[in-house]
Design a protein around this ligand. Sequence first.
Ligand code: NAD
Ligand code: LMR
Length: 328
Amino acid sequence: MVRSPVRIAITGAAGQISYSLLFRIAAGDMLGSNQPVILQLLDIPAAKKILDGVVMELQDCAFPLLVDIIATHDPLAAFDQVDIAILVGARPRKQGMERKDLLQINGDIFKRQGQALNQVAKRDAKILVVGNPANTNTLITMSNAPDLPAENFSGMLRLDHNRALSQVAMKLAQPVSSIRKMIVWGNHSSTQYPDLYHAEIDGTKVTHLINDQAWIEDYFIPTVQKRGAAVIEARGLSSAASAANAIIDHLHSWFLGTRENDWTTMGILSDGSYAIPAGVIYGFPVVCTDSKRKIVSGLEIDSVSRMRLTAAYEELVQERDAIKQLLP
Ligand code: NAD
Ligand code: LMR
């Protein structure tokens, strides 16, 4: 059966994450090797020349799945009839900044793009926000697109989730794929809580296998929390290939499903689950089936974990207060 192409908008298409992302989407890594795609690429006029070069390279790959490429600086053209929008375009932080320092710089972009999505995206479009601070930018985008369902918006915590998986895999010298039920609660910021207490390998708790509380508290948690800054310090630029890979993983899970007896982390609108009050975009464990996601319920949260969950929530409330003029 020949499938009709999926229209995918990517903003910040001339930037460094996109340079690692577009080619993988066009190759079929995200939606599968039998799903044709149309790429609708948005960047600002000043980036036109670079974007033209990226388009040339996409053409030169002769990807069988790539049906068409639209390159534009007009959000209404980029989001027209899209099935998926990946909002990457925003300023990255530099050394010494926290991601929330970007709130005032980037927030307005997401207000305008939310409004544009509301006008022209397909009514069931799925939107992933990557530009930082990702959780609060997701809230801004969603709030400015009231005609699109809130359950179709997510902020990206998959990079944090993958970082947590890799740290455990290296510690235990086990394949990453053997680790199930990782969670990164909260904000894509240094208050995030990479929670190992539910993770398993072959049904055994990872915490029992590690059996080293100091490693968890003093190495694992801070390493994952501060990994973005460590990459900036090492590369002089924020993470790009790993961010692109996390985008691929996030949307692959959402559209093609999470694996059996496992879940993933997505930043989604809180609904009171796990006593996190409604109204912020918060990292929760989710299971995806039939392109729909559901928060995993019933996990036990001990008192130390509870403090960490609350700290992340409180930071998100502060971020929301700081940009309340962007929420209609
Ligand atoms: P970059 O500077 O290389 O590229 C950003 C691109 O966005 C540029 O081409 C720029 O022209 C474009 N842009 C700026 N304003 C725009 C607008 N209004 N519309 C469309 N395009 C616009 O940055 P990057 O390294 O690709 O990072 C992009 C964002 O992603 C940053 O905010 C970064 O902090 C964030 N990020 C998030 C995660 C995550 O896990 N959530 C991971 C890595 C990076
Ligand atoms: C990351 O986690 O690598 C990105 O969000 C970039 C950053 O500013 O840390």
